[in-house]
Ligand binder design. Structure first.
Ligand SMILES: [Zn+2]
Length: 456
């Protein structure tokens, strides 16, 4: 911004010289040598002083702002400092010969200073439209930068979900030179760069360096490493040991080992600890999910065709939350999740009653947190997933409308009916969550839409 200010400042002198010349020649149409000489003295004198910056009390140097970010110089933001500098310097020039009186020295000085003073006063007037135009162009580019940044942010990022505390914000906080800035985006103090004490921070568009700045959560202040990746948040609910954790690890494991179905240059867990949970799962071990808020399992995809990462948050909710006993369930993602998976184990004792009880428990908390009464239908995509499709039973190997019909026949009519009353978009799947055979990935592919589904 300092460089831009200097360019605008010096260009202001050059640009305002032309209308000054035009006025002189307009007033004295004949090319009069007695007009041209003082005009030349005035212009050369003014431009020389401007180039020198400061001569005695005359100061035509660009202001040196001590506030950061450096404000943009212009008619509005700098209070017309160039106009003021030219005007006051012009008056000093005009008054200078008075100091010398009517002596020959005074007359000699006046022959030089009076033309310079007049030229400065005229330039002070003619620099106004120039600075107004510069201001207009600058404000327009800020306006356009904001629109483009907002568009790119919506397309490639959309929102920030803290991996630590699970809360959602528009943007993370960015750390710049030890200072935390919430939502770094183009402002009227800088379009492409926000100039800080010693470095320039790009803050424009998804491809800029902004995404690589140190970032943290505006609420819990935990450092995050999402690089402005676009999040997709999935809640996985269901009765205890219905296969929620296995479902997540099956889908995540397959996505990671296949590099996002071949559509990502890399795919990995955001939290390194989840990699060991995955290897436990592959070895056949799976512990029950603890009764507390658990940071979601996040798979980060480095896409080949998007400028930012795509992050899939899979929130594993302990089954105990839905089976009574645990009163409060503070799952922040219920408010903003993009899809819901409800797991059901048809081989446990009283499977229909267990699934129904867990569903009622989940919906109670879900509606409470979203402040939705029972009459309001929820538009978030919902998948009912029947686990253990490997074991021979009425539901193994079928999905969609066929599975829905079979469920109604086999004693799950109330559950199916209730789900379809609560959710406007319901799908039915059966899967074997104990393996990475693609049955869990098919659910993800369906729920995640085109942009995220391609990785499963
Ligand atoms: Zn947080």
């Amino acid at each position: 911004m300092k460089i831009l200010n200097k360019v605008v400042w010096y260009a202001g002198f050059v640009v305002s010289v032309f209308p000054v010349c035009w006025v002189f020649f307009y007033l004295w149409e004949d090319e009069d040598i007695w007009m041209e000489i003082p005009l030349a003295i005035g212009i050369i004198g003014t431009l020389s002083i401007a180039a020198a910056g400061k001569v005695g009390k005359i100061n035509l140097a660009p202001p040196d702002p001590d506030t950061y970010p450096v404000p943009f110089i212009g008619l509005s933001s700098m209070g017309g400092s160039q106009i003021y500098a030219l005007f006051s310097s012009g008056l000093i020039m005009l008054a200078m010969f008075i100091a010398f009186g009517r002596s020959p020295v005074g007359i000699a000085v006046a022959l030089i200073t009076v033309p310079i003073g007049f030229v400065m006063l005229l330039m002070a007037a003619f620099v106004v439209p120039y600075l107004a135009a510069v201001d207009g162009i600058f404000l327009l580019s800020v306006f356009l930068a904001k629109i483009i940044d907002r568009y790119e942010y919506d397309v490639n990022t959309r929102r920030f979900v803290c991996p630590g505390c699970g809360r959602k914000f528009y943007r993370p906080s960015y750390e710049v030179e030890g200072e935390l800035i919430d939502g770094l985006c183009p402002t009227d103090k800088g379009v492409f760069h926000r100039e800080m004490r010693s470095s320039k921070i790009p803050c424009f568009g998804s491809k800029s360096g902004r995404k690589r700045l140190p970032q943290c959560c505006p609420a819990c202040r935990e450092p995050v490493n999402t690089e402005e990746g676009k999040p997709f948040v999935l809640s996985v609910a269901g009765a205890p040991s219905s296969g929620k954790t296995s479902f997540i690890l099956s889908a995540a494991g397959k996505a990671i080992s296949s590099s996002g179905n071949g559509n990502a240059s890399s795919a990995e867990f955001y939290f390194k600890k989840d990699a060991s949970v995955l290897s436990d799962y592959r070895a056949g071990r799976c512990d029950p999910t603890p009764v507390s808020f658990l940071s979601p399992r996040i798979v980060c995809f480095e896409p080949k065709h998007f400028p930012t990462k795509r992050l899939v948050y899979m929130c594993d909710v302990s089954g105990k939350f839905f089976s009574g006993g645990v009163e409060t369930d503070l799952q922040p993602q219920y408010v903003y999740n993009d899809a819901i998976v409800f797991m059901m184990d048809p081989f446990c004792s009283d499977p229909a009653g267990t699934a129904f009880g867990a569903y009622i428990g989940f919906m109670e908390k879900y509606r409470l947190l979203n402040r939705l009464d029972a009459s309001k239908q929820i538009t978030v995509p919902f998948a009912l997933v029947v686990s253990h499709s490997d074991k021979p039973g009425p539901f193994s190997g079928i999905s969609g409308a066929e599975l829905k019909e079979k469920l109604s026949e086999e004693g799950y009519f109330t559950l199916v009916n209730m789900i379809e009353k609560d959710f406007s978009s319901v799908s039915f799947f059966s899967c074997d969550a104990s393996k990475e055979d693609g049955s869990a990935s098919a659910v993800m592919k369906h729920l995640c839409g085109k942009e995220f589904g391609q990785f499963f």
